[in-house]
Design a protein around this ligand. Structure first.
Ligand code: ZN
Length: 383
């Protein structure tokens, strides 16, 4: 049994299915181990009743996607996203410091800030880059846009964006008209986006469900349970087997920064403050507040190369300077619970067995239905 699971269903006046929400108890508890940056996305279902599958996902300390909640709705709209996000509050509480990342679907934009009043709503830079392509055809504009969005430091971003504006004025105008800087830049985001600039991770979950999205809703839910359960087993085992202090991904990044730190010079300024100089650039590190003027330490929440160099001079274990979110214990705790399947019908509560919910009214989608067709003989000859 999935203790702590959250499920709900919304029907219209004719008791026809409208919206459904599902969060496995193991994931609800595991959210405590997640960094407070949650991506949301929707994808079309391909079964008899159409509909859209919504998903909210965090990312664990090893940069794996961690699905928190699922929704099945008729279409992506202000109403369906509002219902889903209101239910999501039971899994992901609204709090200062939280970031919700999504594409710029009007249904989402309308409701995130009204449901999550204390969180910051950031936009997916990949989606924005694809919109940018339609406005600016100049070579390299989208690639450079994606790079400057990831810059940590505000003055460094300002210089890069000023240069971008000169090279691609129509692209900069498009961005300025569409979004404020806090929506798409890491440097101006008032909260911490960590490494999460896009919703590509949550979309990869949807891509993984290509076949399952053709199933009936009940079979789809069974598939979601099996998929989540298999991830829990895999990453629980990985967290037990690893013999590192931090998750393998973060250890790998730290090793590379460790190499960079070896060439740096450092000088003590205060009890735990250091001036770290790396050739052309210098940075001020404060090990007590876990900050560095390069802002990588502040935003990643694990040591930048400057902080690694400073930790040598201060004789402080650098692992103590990294956030608990990346510790092996936190990674293990995220997957410590089990995601059980739904019991057979005779075991269900009586109020559920006897409740009646009619199928939704299906509205045909506009456009040609895509089919897997057999290539005609002429196509074979051209290959
Ligand atoms: Zn630094």
């Amino acid at each position: 049994m999935n203790q702590g699971s959250i499920t709900d269903i919304c029907v219209d006046e004719e008791i026809r299915f409208k919206y459904m929400f599902l969060a496995f108890g193991a994931c609800v508890k595991g959210y405590r181990s997640m960094r407070k940056c949650v991506s949301i996305d929707g994808t079309w279902l391909k079964g008899k009743y159409n509909g859209v599958l919504l998903v909210a996902s965090a990312q664990d300390g090893n940069y794996h996607q961690y699905p928190l909640a699922w929704g099945v709705v008729d279409v992506e709209s202000t109403s369906s996203w509002s219902w889903f996000l209101t239910k999501l509050l039971e899994v992901v509480p609204d709090e200062t410091g939280l970031v919700i990342i999504s594409d710029r679907h009007q249904g989402i934009i309308n409701v995130v800030s009204s449901v999550y009043r204390n969180a910051h709503h950031g936009h997916c830079t990949w989606h924005l880059s694809q919109n940018l392509k339609t406005r600016c055809k100049k070579k390299g504009a989208t690639e450079i846009f994606l790079q400057i969005a990831k810059i940590y430091k505000q003055n460094k971003f300002d210089v890069a964006y000023s240069d971008f504006r000169k090279r691609y004025p129509e692209a900069a105008q498009f961005l300025d008209e569409r979004d404020t800087l806090d929506r798409w830049t890491r440097a101006y985001c008032p909260n911490t986006r960590y490494n999460i600039m896009t919703t590509n991770g949550v979309e990869s979950i949807n891509a993984r469900l290509l076949e399952e999205r053709k199933l009936s809703i009940t079979s789809l839910l069974d598939s979601l349970q099996r998929l989540t359960s298999s991830w829990f087993v895999r990453y629980r085992n990985a967290s037990i087997a690893a013999n590192t202090n931090l998750t393998p991904t973060i250890e790998g990044i730290l090793r590379s920064r460790f190499t960079d730190a070896q060439g740096m010079k450092f000088f003590k300024l205060g009890r735990l403050e250091f001036d770290v100089w790396s050739g052309r650039h210098s940075a001020i590190v404060d090990l007590e507040s876990k900050r560095c003027t390069c802002r990588v330490f502040d935003m990643d929440r694990f040591t930048c190369a400057h902080a690694i160099a400073a930790s040598w001079l201060a004789n402080i274990d650098l692992y103590q300077l990294c956030s608990e979110y990346y510790s092996m214990m936190t990674w293990f705790m995220a997957y410590s619970e089990t995601v059980y399947p739904v019991l057979e019908e005779s075991e269900w509560p009586r109020n559920i067995i006897f409740s009646v919910v009619l199928p939704p009214c299906v509205e045909k989608r506009v456009g040609r239905k895509k089919q897997n067709r057999i290539p005609w003989i002429g196509e074979f000859s051209r290959r």
